[in-house]
Design a protein around this ligand. Sequence first.
Ligand SMILES: NC(=O)C1=CN([C@@H]2O[C@H](COP(=O)(O)OP(=O)(O)OC[C@H]3O[C@@H](n4cnc5c(N)ncnc54)[C@H](O)[C@@H]3O)[C@@H](O)[C@H]2O)[C@@H](O)CC1
Ligand SMILES: Nc1ncnc2c1ncn2[C@@H]1O[C@H](COP(=O)(O)OP(=O)(O)O)[C@@H](O)[C@H]1O
Ligand SMILES: [K+]
Length: 495
Amino acid sequence: MTAPELILTPTEMKKADLEAVASGIPGVELMRRAGRAVADSAEKIVSRGGTILVVAGPGQNGGDGFVAATVLAERGYRVSLSLLGEPDRLTGDSALVARDWKGQVQRVEDAAFHEADLVIDALFGTGLSRDLDGAARHAVDRMNGSGRPILAVDLPSGIDGETGTVRGIAVKAGRTITFAARKPCHLLMPGRAFSGSIEVADIGIGREILSAMGGRLFGNDPALWLPTLPKPGLSSHKYERGHTLVASGGATRTGAARLAARAALRIGSGLVTVASPPEAIGVTAAHLTAIMLKGCDGPEGLHAILQDPRLNALVLGPALGVHANTRAMVAVAVHARRSLVLDADALTSFEGLASELHGAFRHAPTVLTPHDGEFNRMFKDHPDILDPESKIERARRAATYTGAVVLLKGADTVVASPDGRAAINENGTPYLATAGSGDTLCGLIAGLMAQNLPAFEAACAGAWIHAEAGARFGPGLISEDLAELVPGVLRDLLR
Ligand SMILES: NC(=O)C1=CN([C@@H]2O[C@H](COP(=O)(O)OP(=O)(O)OC[C@H]3O[C@@H](n4cnc5c(N)ncnc54)[C@H](O)[C@@H]3O)[C@@H](O)[C@H]2O)[C@@H](O)CC1
Ligand SMILES: Nc1ncnc2c1ncn2[C@@H]1O[C@H](COP(=O)(O)OP(=O)(O)O)[C@@H](O)[C@H]1O
Ligand SMILES: [K+]
């Protein structure tokens, strides 16, 4: 089993670089390795003899570009190099490696993009500190307009390494080669879309250094949670596999709970019960087979049902209605200290009332699964939570504030734990943007928690399995399909 993928922020990466230097690898050697890796990557795109244009910036990212240009010229490519700024203003390792470049240094304004078989973007990397303007902006605009293949060094210039946002304008790369570890911008939108395919080059910075400097942010891949995924033993009985309860909306709003319930059952919860308002029991009963049904009249009804200690995981929110009654049901669930997933109306019912949830979920495993709209409504009076540019930071602050694991949905779903760990999911498909897809997700997470997965692992595994199921189906996906695709995904995971 491989170790979970560590993602390092630009600040953490800088520290890791310094640590590697302290451990005996000179900084200029790191740069030479990085530049050589860029050259190797370019060689996979253009065959020898081809024309390559390196566009270098004023910092150390530009230094990687100088190394790549030198190596590629030695290997028989026709290489030209354009620099943003003056050669005698280069500093540090960049200034050193620039001396090895024997060709001309052109002004970036004179770069002949159209003649290149490949453009190497070494303008800015993790040191970007403000929006692009003037000559930098113009260069990126021309690069994007050239229609030539672009290989970005470390990250596409103009993308913020930490947040993945575009700072004025950004290079639209077909491929990005980064060093030692991916940075958040390679997984977060829109940075992920600007990066193209991503290659991580080993430049000799060991995992011990990377995990000592980072170790809190991960790519959400199975290595992160597969060891916790349950496999029933030979003598398991259904109660050992947990019992999930899903609260349903009224007579015309019962579908969402059924979707969540079906997903909980498919992911392996031994039993699943839908708690239905009395007036909706008939409708719901007509649609359920393996899933059980219980009448549940509001918060008092929920309190009564939860007297059964075997019900160990709970979904509240899908189609439950936005009102005080829903808030009261959340209070009952919190008081009962069961594993809890709150979604949709259970979140929106706290619009502007997030202070009621301050620290509320510290005592039992809880996952909140908002999309951006729900998140913004919940925390609208909390600029400290809403304002950070980084989606990871927003989710982390909400997790710290509420004491719950927060899964902030989207193409780049972020899962953040109050203990500081976070993971970014990237295996989804836009076909998941379909009605009821989120209801299925919360059923999967609750079903995993019913089987005793900790909240963070359950949220990460649920997000990945949900996305994987959607991606396997692709065009034409409707949310009813998702739970039915789960067995195939599980089979491959548990093989
Ligand atoms: N030892 C290390 O730290 C290593 C660093 N490496 C490379 O170094 C890069 C980081 O280098 P730096 O920290 O020098 O940062 P960058 O090279 O990304 O950019 C910083 C430079 O750009 C200027 N700048 C920032 N924003 C600007 C804007 N909007 N318009 C115009 N100028 C702007 C800054 O004044 C500075 O001169 C990494 O991305 C990576 O490519 C690699 O060589 C591997 C080793
Ligand atoms: N473009 C996309 N790429 C990948 N996943 C997506 C995309 N758009 C939405 N999703 C996923 O689809 C699900 C939609 O959930 P949600 O917005 O709650 O839908 P609903 O309320 O209809 O159930 C989330 O898991 C989200 O991460
Ligand atoms: K770059």
